[in-house]
Design a binder for this molecule. Structure first.
Ligand code: PLP
Length: 294
C-alpha cells in the first residue's frame, strides 16, 4: 500500500493528509451536515481561487455553518495547504461542518474547517477524453429546490450514489439527472452542456452554480460561440450535435451516447474540443490563476 500524498489543515493545524482525522461524532459524518468546495491546482497555480472561496462561503451561509475564517484569510489557508502538499497538480478541497456534537443529537458550537490537497483527481477515465462517455438518465431525480437547493454545495450524495448504481447496471459511465418536470439538471459532480444549431446550451435551474460551467460561458464569449441557459429535456440531449459534462475534477468531457442513443458523431466534436483546449490554457496563466509556489 502506498502512502497517501498530500497535506491537510484541520481547525488551525497543518498535517500530512494521511494523518488527518475527525471525530465520528462530527455532524458532517453523523448528520450529513457539511458544505464543501473543490479547486484544481494546475501546474502550480490555483484556478479561480476567489470564486471558489466565495461559493464556499455562500454554501456555508445558506447552511448556517460558521466558518472559523473567511475572505483572504481562508484563501491563504487554501494556498498554504496546497503549497505544503508540494503537488503542482492537485485536487484541493475545503470542507466545513457543524463540528463535533456533544451527543449525537445536539448541535455543536465549534464548527470543523478542513482543507486538504492531494494528487489531482478526475471523475472520468482519461482514455475516454476523445471517444467520450456514455450517460443514462436515471430513474432517480435531482433534489427539488424545495428539499435541498442544489446551489448549496454539500456532501449529501445518496441520490447520485443511487443514480451511479443505475448507470453501473446499464453499463454506462455516468448520469444526467432530470428534475420532477423532466428537465435536465446536472451530473454527479459535474454540469452539462449541449450544442444545437451551433449554440451552446446549459440547464438553467436545479443545478450547482459550477465554476467550470461559468468558465465555459466566458470561453464561449471569447471564442464567439453563442451560449445560453434554458430548460432542456432528454430529447435535446439525444439530438444534440455535441454534448459534454464539465467539472473542476476532470475539466470538459464529451458525451458520446445518452440512454443508448448516439449523441452527435458519437465522439468529441469541434466546439467541445475548442472549449476544452481554451479551458486548460486558462489554467496556466492570466487573471484566473493564483500561483502557489513562489
Ligand atoms: N454539480 C455538482 C453537484 C458538483 O458537485 C460539482 C462539483 O463538484 C459540479 C456540478 C461542478 O462544479 P465545478 O465546475 O465548480 O467543479
Amino acid at each position: 500500500m502506498g502512502t497517501m500524498q498530500g497535506a491537510a489543515f484541520i481547525n488551525g493545524e497543518f498535517m500530512a493528509a494521511v494523518d488527518a482525522r475527525i471525530s465520528i461524532f462530527d455532524s458532517g459524518f453523523v448528520g450529513g451536515v457539511s458544505v464543501f468546495d473543490t479547486l484544481a491546482c494546475w501546474e502550480g497555480g490555483l484556478f479561480k481561487l476567489p470564486r471558489h472561496r466565495a461559493r464556499f462561503e455562500r454554501s456555508a451561509h445558506a447552511a448556517m455553518i460558521p466558518l472559523r475564517c473567511g475572505g483572504e484569510e481562508l484563501e491563504a489557508v487554501i494556498v498554504e495547504t496546497t503549497r505544503r502538499s508540494g503537488l503542482r497538480n492537485a485536487y484541493v478541497q475545503a470542507i466545513a461542518t457543524r463540528g463535533r456534537r456533544p451527543t449525537p443529537s445536539m448541535p455543536s458550537h465549534e464548527p470543523t474547517l478542513i482543507v486538504y490537497a492531494i494528487p489531482y483527481v478526475s471523475i472520468w477515465s482519461e482514455e475516454k477524453a476523445d471517444s467520450g462517455i456514455s450517460v443514462i438518465i436515471p430513474a432517480i431525480r435531482q433534489w427539488p429546490a424545495a428539499v435541498v437547493d442544489a446551489k448549496i454545495k454539500n456532501f449529501n450524495r445518496m441520490h447520485t450514489h443511487l443514480a451511479k448504481l443505475e448507470a453501473d447496471r446499464a453499463n454506462a459511465d455516468d448520469v444526467v439527472l432530470v428534475d420532477d418536470r423532466g428537465h435536465l439538471t446536472e451530473s454527479r459532480g459535474a454540469n452539462v452542456f449541449l450544442v444545437r444549431g451551433g449554440t451552446l446550451y446549459s440547464p438553467q435551474s436545479g443545478i450547482l452554480e459550477g465554476i467550470t460551467r461559468e468558465t465555459v460561458f466566458e470561453i464561449a464569449e471569447e471564442l464567439g460561440i453563442p451560449a445560453d441557459q434554458r430548460d432542456l429535456t432528454p430529447f435535446d440531449l439525444y439530438n444534440a450535435e455535441e454534448a459534454f459534462l464539465c467539472s473542476t475534477a476532470g475539466g470538459i468531457f464529451p458525451i458520446s451516447s445518452a440512454d443508448g442513443r448516439r449523441v452527435g458523431e458519437g465522439a468529441i466534436g469541434p466546439l467541445t474540443r475548442a472549449v476544452r483546449e481554451r479551458y486548460w490554457q486558462r489554467h496556466l496563466s492570466g487573471p484566473d490563476v493564483t500561483p502557489v509556489f513562489d
